[in-house]
Design a protein around this ligand. Structure first.
Ligand code: AMP
Length: 309
């Protein structure tokens, strides 16, 4: 079945309902994106297609989460190629609304507040970013709920087994703080959706795929490899139950003149609070997340690696 593209919330509901009926489907996967898609997004779409009968991907560059209008204007828009990539991965329906469709009458008055979890790490250098991101994710998660929005507010029962379709939404581990915040929002506010995390897709040399990588010069791209190398050092030590020696990983990044380190730290994967210093000096045990952010030339990059031993 050819992929379908819709731009309004009404047509999203109508088409997803139709697809569930046509496929006699009992599950729907939603993949929220901002477009400019690469193989990392493709991996999210593929996971959703493997686990669900119907897959919806959204493409929306959300003005609420950009600090500077300039960044928003500069964000790459590649709709045609995006739709082709999504189709290849088995997506059924693309929702690509306009700003007016998402925010009729201007910016929303009531928003999601990301709280202390949204103020640290990336939030510290991008004030308001996670409030804006969670607000649009909340809207998209609601718009994507399968089997709702029938005239008269009647519930829709898909599939032969009865009951509402299963509903899953897919987020990349690449944006670890966003993922932690989305999980927290869904738990705190009882959203009827299961959040599925998808591992970070990397180029063969280790660089995490990002729509920002296209802004790196050849030399900067080479320099940026130091971020994944530093994370790998920490990961290897965690796997070997050694002290993590975050200091030497930081020093590795700081030795690269084109890279300006913002933070490199090891945190717990839920609250993203730094783990006790002792894991820096004593053998690492348990669960953690090594987070890094740096500017490479003018491009801010983030990466992370989950730790477990
Ligand atoms: P974005 O369009 O950049 O907002 O990203 C949309 C989704 O794709 C988010 O859930 C990201 O975490 C995820 N994503 C972005 N880059 C990668 C990657 N390299 N590997 C896995 N997921 C990614």
């Amino acid at each position: 079945m050819a992929i379908r593209l819709v731009t309004t919330a009404d047509s999203l509901r109508a088409q997803s309902r139709l697809l569930l009926t046509q496929k006699n489907g009992s599950s729907l996967g939603l993949v929220p994106t901002m477009g400019a898609l690469h193989a990392g997004h493709g991996r999210l779409a593929r996971a959703a297609a493997e686990q669900n009968d119907v897959v919806v991907a959204s493409i929306f560059v959300n003005p609420l989460q950009f600090g500077e209008a300039q960044d928003l204007d500069r964000y790459p828009r590649t709709l045609e190629a995006d739709v082709a990539l999504l189709e290849e991965q088995g997506v059924d329906l693309v929702f690509a609304p306009s700003v007016e469709e998402m925010y009729p009458g201007g910016q929303p008055m009531v928003r999601i507040t990301s709280g202390p979890l949204g103020e640290k790490w990336e939030g510290a250098s991008r004030p308001g970013h996670f409030d804006g991101a969670l607000t649009v994710v909340a809207k998209l998660l609601h718009l994507g709920i399968p089997g709702t929005g029938l005239p008269g507010g009647r519930a829709f029962v898909a599939g032969s087994g009865g009951g509402l379709p299963a509903y899953r939404a897919y987020f990349g581990q690449k944006d670890a703080q966003q993922l932690a915040l989305v999980r927290r929002m869904v738990a705190d506010l009882n959203f009827p959706v299961e959040i599925v995390a998808v591992p970070t897709a990397r180029d063969a040399d280790g660089l995490a795929l990002s729509s920002r990588n296209r802004f790196l010069s050849g030399e900067e791209r080479e320099a940026a490899l130091v971020l994944s190398r530093a994370l790998r050092l920490i990961e290897e030590r965690a796997n070997a139950n050694e002290p993590l020696d975050v200091g030497s990983a930081r020093a590795l990044i700081e030795s690269q003149p084109l890279v300006r380190l913002d933070y490199l730290d090891v945190v717990d994967p839920v609250a993203l609070e730094p783990l006790a210093e002792n894991c820096h000096e004593t053998p690492f045990r348990g669960e953690g997340l090594a987070l890094v952010a740096a500017k490479v030339g003018a491009v801010r990059l983030i990466d992370n690696v989950p730790l477990s031993s």
